[in-house]
Design a protein around this ligand. Structure first.
Ligand code: B12
Ligand code: SF4
Length: 491
C-alpha cells in the first residue's frame, strides 16, 4: 500500500435493552481484514456491558479517534437510533458506510438516512475496497456489492461478490476490544465456524448468509480455539453459527480434534433439531460441548408446518431428551403468537414445555419469544399490509427496544424482563391470546425459579401472584406497594 493508512471507526449502535458481554464478532472480522490491508481500525461498541454509551457518547469517542471513514452495523430494531447516530456523526466529515443484516435487506434505506454507501451481504470480501473508495482512493463502481446514491439522487448498486473462502479469512481482531469493557475473554469468546442455513423458516431474519451452508474446515476452527486458549486463557467458546451441525461429518471431525487436543475448552452451539442424533450428541459431549440451543418455536404441528420448520414435534421432544441424556444442557427457544394461533394452538406449545421441563434447566422468556415480523421474511411479506406494520422499525410506537417503564406492574417487569415486544402489538392479539401468552410466560418464569432456594422461590412466586391480582383490581395500590422494588423491575 503506497498511500498512508486510513483510520476506520467501526461502530455498533446503542441498544437500550441488550448489552454485549463479548465484543461484536462481525465488526472484529472486518477489522482483521482492514488491518491486514494496513489500515488502522477502532472499535466503538455502544453496548459493551461495562462501557455502555448513548449515541452522543459514541459520537464523542469516534470524534476523538479522528476517522477517515466510519462503518456502522445495522440491525433492524436498532436502526432508528442508528440513523439518529448517523446525524451526530455527519459533522465529523468522514464518509459513513453501513453494513449488516438490516442494511443488506434494505440497502436504499440507510442511503436516505445519512449514509453515503452500503455494503450488501458479507463484508470481508469488499470492506477494504469500499472504505478506500469512500476515502476517494478508488471508484465506487469497482466495489462489488456496494450501493450508493449518485448524482441526481439515483441509487447505484453493484453485483455482489462471490462468498468468501471462510478458511482464508483472518480471525477476529480481538485485540481491538478493550478487555475492561467486556466480560473476561478467559470466560468466553465468540467464534464463527460456518455460515448459511438451507432451511427457509417463515420468520427467520438470517438471510444475510444465504441458504448454502458454507463452513471452515475442522482444523481451522480448532486451531482458533487452541490459539484463544493459549493466548487468552479462554475456557469456553460460544459458536455463533446459525446452525452449526448441518454438516455432520465436519462436526464429528471438530469433536475428534478437540478430544485429541485434550479438550482445552468447553463450548456451546446453536443448531437445528434435525442435525443431531444420539451418536452425534455423545461425540459432542465427549469433546466438551456443554449446551446446545434449539429453536423449537412451537408445540403446534400446524404451526411447525406453516413456518416450514425442518422438524416435527416428535423430533423436538426426542432431541431434547437425548441431549440431556448425553450430559449436555438443552436450551430451547419458542416463538409465541403466530397470527393464526388461537389459545388451543398456544396450549399445544405449553404442553410441549411441560413435557420438556424436567430436561430443561431454563426456558428463555426473553425479548424474542414473541413473534417479531422482521423485514425480508415470509411473515412480514404476508402480514404487514393486513396488520399495518409496514416499516415498523422507523416508527415510534413499535420500537420495542425499550426497557419496561417503571409505570408497569412488578409482575410485567420480571416477566418480560428487558423487552416490550408484547406492547409493540404487531399482530393485534385478541385478549384471550394475550392471556394465554401471559400464562406461558408465567409458566417459564416459575420454572426458571426452580434453581433458587425454597424460601426465596416461594417469596418470588407470592409477590408475582399478588402483583397480578392487585394490578387487575387496584393498579394504583400495586404501584404504591411494589414501587420499592424498582431495582427488581429493571432486572
Ligand atoms: C450473537 C448474536 C447476538 C448477541 C450479540 C453478542 C455480541 N457480542 O455480538 C446478542 C444476544 C446480544 C444479540 C442481540 C440482538 N440480536 Co442478534 N445475533 C447474534 C448472532 C447469532 C450472531 C452474530 C454474529 O456474530 N454473526 C457473525 C458475523 C460474522 O456476522 P455479522 O455480525 O452479521 O457481520 C457480517 C455482515 O453483517 C457484515 N457487516 C456487519 N456490520 C457491518 C458494518 C459494515 C460497515 C460493513 C461494511 C459490513 C458489516 O459483515 C460482517 C462480516 O461478514 C446473529 C445470527 C448470525 N448467525 O449472524 C444474530 C442476529 C444478528 N441478531 C439479530 C437480532 C434481531 C438481534 C436483536 C435485535 C434481538 C431482538 N430481537 O431484539 C439484538 C440486537 C441488540 C444488540 N445489542 O445487539 C438478527 C438480526 C436481524 C435483522 N434483520 O437485523 C440476527 C441475524 C438473528 C436472526 N436470524 O434473526 N445478538
Ligand atoms: S433453521 Fe434457524 S437459521 Fe435456519 S432458516 Fe430456520 S430459523 Fe433461520
Amino acid at each position: 500500500m503506497s498511500s498512508p493508512p486510513l483510520r476506520v471507526a467501526l461502530v455498533y449502535p446503542p441498544s437500550r435493552t441488550q448489552p454485549h458481554h463479548t465484543p461484536p464478532m462481525g465488526l472484529l472480522m472486518l477489522a482483521a481484514v482492514l488491518e491486514r490491508a494496513g489500515h488502522t481500525t477502532g472499535l466503538f461498541d455502544a453496548n459493551a456491558v461495562h462501557h455502555r454509551l448513548d449515541s452522543e457518547g459514541v459520537a464523542r469517542e469516534v470524534a476523538a479517534f479522528r476517522p477517515d471513514v466510519i462503518g456502522v452495523t445495522l440491525v433492524t430494531p436498532l436502526v432508528q437510533e442508528a440513523y439518529r447516530l448517523a446525524g451526530l456523526l455527519r459533522p465529523l466529515g468522514a464518509p459513513l458506510l453501513a453494513g449488516g443484516p438490516h442494511a443488506t435487506l434494505l440497502p436504499e434505506e440507510p442511503l436516505a438516512h445519512g449514509f453515503d454507501a452500503v455494503v450488501v451481504g458479507e463484508g470481508e470480501p469488499v470492506v477494504v475496497q469500499a472504505v478506500e473508495a469512500l476515502a476517494g482512493r478508488g471508484a465506487r463502481q469497482a466495489v462489488p456489492g456496494l450501493a450508493w446514491r449518485g448524482q441526481a439522487g439515483l441509487v447505484h448498486r453493484n453485483e455482489p461478490p462471490p462468498p468468501p473462502d471462510l478458511d482464508a479469512l483472518p480471525w477476529p481482531a480481538l485485540h481491538l476490544a478493550d478487555p475492561a469493557h467486556y466480560d473476561p475473554a478467559a470466560d468466553c469468546v465468540l467464534v464463527m465456524s460456518s455460515r448459511g442455513c438451507p432451511a427457509r423458516c417463515a420468520y427467520c431474519a438470517g438471510g444475510l448468509f444465504g441458504r448454502r451452508f458454507r463452513f471452515r474446515s475442522a482444523a481451522n476452527v480448532v486451531a482458533e480455539l487452541l490459539e484463544r486458549h493459549r493466548t487468552l486463557g479462554t475456557r469456553h467458546v460460544l459458536f455463533v453459527d446459525d446452525s452449526m451441525g448441518v454438516n455432520r461429518e465436519r462436526l464429528r471431525e471438530i469433536c475428534r480434534l478437540l478430544v485429541e487436543a485434550g479438550r482445552p475448552v468447553t463450548w456451546q452451539m446453536m443448531t437445528r433439531v434435525d442435525s443431531m442424533d444420539p451418536e452425534q450428541l455423545r461425540l459432542a459431549a465427549a469433546a466438551g460441548c456443554t449446551r446446545i440451543d434449539y429453536g423449537l418455536e412451537s408445540g403446534s404441528p400446524e404451526t411447525l408446518r406453516r413456518i416450514h420448520k425442518p422438524h416435527t414435534l416428535e423430533m423436538a421432544r426426542q432431541v431434547v431428551v437425548d441431549t440431556a441424556a448425553a450430559g449436555i444442557q438443552p436450551y430451547v427457544f419458542f416463538i409465541l403468537g403466530f397470527p393464526w394461533e388461537d389459545p388451543p394452538a398456544l396450549d399445544e406449545t405449553l404442553s410441549l414445555m411441560r413435557f420438556l421441563a424436567p430436561y430443561v434447566e431454563n426456558f428463555h422468556p426473553a425479548i424474542a419469544s414473541i413473534l417479531i415480523p422482521f423485514p425480508g421474511t415470509e411473515i412480514y411479506r404476508d402480514y404487514a399490509g393486513r396488520y399495518g406494520f409496514d416499516g415498523w422499525w422507523l416508527g415510534g410506537r413499535r420500537s420495542y427496544d425499550a426497557p419496561r417503564p417503571a409505570t408497569h406492574a412488578y409482575h410485567e417487569c420480571v416477566l418480560y424482563r428487558n423487552g416490550a415486544v408484547l406492547d409493540a402489538d404487531f399482530f393485534r392479539y385478541p385478549a384471550p391470546v394475550r392471556r394465554k401468552i401471559f400464562e406461558i410466560f408465567r409458566f417459564m418464569y416459575f420454572h426458571n425459579l426452580r434453581g433458587e432456594p425454597l424460601l426465596r422461590r416461594a417469596r418470588r412466586k407470592a409477590l408475582f401472584d399478588l402483583s397480578v391480582a392487585l394490578s387487575h383490581r387496584f393498579p394504583g395500590l400495586e404501584r404504591r406497594l411494589f414501587g420499592g422494588l424498582g431495582r427488581l423491575r429493571a432486572a
